[in-house]
Design a protein around this ligand. Sequence first.
Ligand SMILES: [Zn+2]
Length: 105
Amino acid sequence: MAKEYLRTFRLFDFDEVEKHLLISGDLKGDCASCRALGIDFYSAETCPECGTPFKYCASRRLEMNPGERFQWARHMQEKRPDLTLIDYSDYAKILGKKKARDIFG
Ligand SMILES: [Zn+2]
């Protein structure tokens, strides 16, 4: 049976995702919880700064290169089968809403 990546929609506890998210950039990643930079997203199980265990991963790079989405998913799934891959634009959109709520709410 051929295996392919399909994007799915699932209900997440957003605070939980934000707390345990590793955001991958071009070469290194950063921690969404404490904003620590320069994290090796292939090997870091926890944040070297705040110690939070990573459970989710999103790629900021895909904002500029959306065509690489499935390539990235395949790559990360091989390297980090322990992480749930989420879409960065979804994350960023909800984070923006949450911040606006915190400021104006
Ligand atoms: Zn951290």
